[in-house]
Write a protein that binds this ligand. Structure first.
Ligand code: PLP
Length: 380
């Protein structure tokens, strides 16, 4: 019985081994490990990739979010409007600067934040909108930016799952995810589409003053060494990660294209299997206004937990992103949300299943996945 992992980083590493050894060895020879020339080179490459935005490396995607809110002077007494259906850090960053997340429900088709619900959540304490580009495609940024402009609120884009996705907006030009708001945040956690060999993150901004502030905030708020005008963080990208990421960035577009091909193949295999026609498996919708780089290939299934258990016994990798919407997390109890507050997100949490997805995934592996989904649906 052939097993299929949800993510296979070894398959990617096999294609990079020698170039990676050289890149890491160069850092070891330099003995310059935190920020410094290797990080500066990677930041310049990211800036070019992102169409000229300032690119500021930091210790993680979570820190990129926290630093963004801090640089926008968001703190105690303030609120940040965001999605309840995302990775924890999208909302915890507000807590970490002393502010509160305020949630709005997601769209049923794509599970992206629903712009139609945003305005009602804005109040006198609101200081930012924090949409996330979930699973590798953009949310409706024209709508989010329009609300931000109307209400004079900066938009912080959580692009941690969407680096290399392009937003196809009303202006007719493609925009890299994370480059449209006041800041955009990226994560280089190993399982992300551009993954380091440890933690890492980056902030993009087109605003010169914000960039200067962010560069200070990541080094304890120091203006020059040992002279602090404000208290910042220790949140720096290290040179070993930057060296790894420089090797990988050159391949990112090809990897994104391979993921999209694999997603198309899943679509066809699922359609041919009859699982879509019978409604047993429903892939999430693709937005017209975004390309999709398939950080995850996620479907909705009835009887999800039984389905997942079947896949587990058959050695088919899968993941549940996300089983508990953020408004129902124990740690956010004091926000006062109840079950039923966000029905679309709550139903998604019961139905979503993410299938194996990575560039090197083979057609035969994908056939195995769909075969076992079919077997599980029949058994149900
Ligand atoms: C991964 C992720 C983060 C956090 O990134 P880390 O580098 O793990 O801190 C934030 N938001 C989203 C949507 C993510 O997927």
């Amino acid at each position: 019985m052939d097993t299929v992992p949800q993510l296979d980083l070894k398959a990617q590493y096999a294609t990079l081994r020698e170039e990676m050894a050289q890149a890491l060895s160069a850092v070891l020879d330099s003995q310059y490990f935190v920020l410094g020339p290797t990080v500066e080179r990677f930041e310049a490459e990211m800036s070019a990739y992102l169409g000229g935005a300032h690119a500021i490396g930091c210790a993680s995607g979570t820190d990129a979010l926290i630093l963004s809110l801090a640089a926008l002077d968001i703190g105690p007494g303030h609120e940040v409007v965001t999605s309840p259906f995302t990775f924890f850090a999208t909302a915890s960053c507000a807590y970490k600067v002393g502010a509160r997340p305020v949630f709005v429900d997601v769209e049923a088709e794509t599970l992206q934040i629903d712009p139609a619900k945003v305005e009602a959540a804005i109040g006198p304490k609101t200081r930012a909108l924090l949409p996330v580009h979930l699973f590798g495609q953009c949310c409706d940024m024209d709508a989010m930016l329009a609300i931000g402009a109307r209400r004079k609120l900066p938009v912080v884009e959580d692009a941690c799952q969407a680096l290399s996705a392009q937003y196809l907006g009303q202006d007719g030009k493609p925009h890299q995810a994370g480059t449209m708001g006041a800041t955009g945040t990226y994560s280089f956690f190993p399982s992300k589409n551009l993954g380091g060999y440890g933690d890492g993150g980056l902030i993009a901004t087109g605003d010169d003053a914000l960039a200067v502030r962010l560069r200070k905030l990541r080094v304890h708020g120091a203006e020059t060494r040992y002279h602090h005008l404000e208290v910042g963080w220790n949140s720096r990208l290290d040179a070993l990660q930057a060296a790894v990421l420089s090797v990988k960035l050159k391949r990112l577009d090809a990897w994104s294209a391979a993921r999209a091909r694999n997603a198309d193949r899943y679509d066809h295999l699922l359609a041919d299997s009859g699982l879509i026609a019978t409604g047993k498996v429903r892939p999430l919708g693709r937005a017209q206004y975004s390309t999709h780089i398939f950080h995850q290939y996620t479907v909705r299934v009835a009887g999800r937990d039984r389905m997942a258990e079947h896949l587990r016994t058959r050695g088919i990798g899968h993941a549940i992103y996300y089983p508990v919407p953020l408004h129902l997390q124990e740690c956010f109890r004091d926000l006062g949300y109840r079950e039923g507050a966000f029905p679309v997100a709550e139903q998604a949490a019961r139905e979503v299943l993410s299938l194996p997805m990575y560039p090197e995934l083979t057609p035969a592996q994908q056939e195995r996945v769909v075969e076992e989904l079919g077997a599980a649906a029949k058994a149900a």
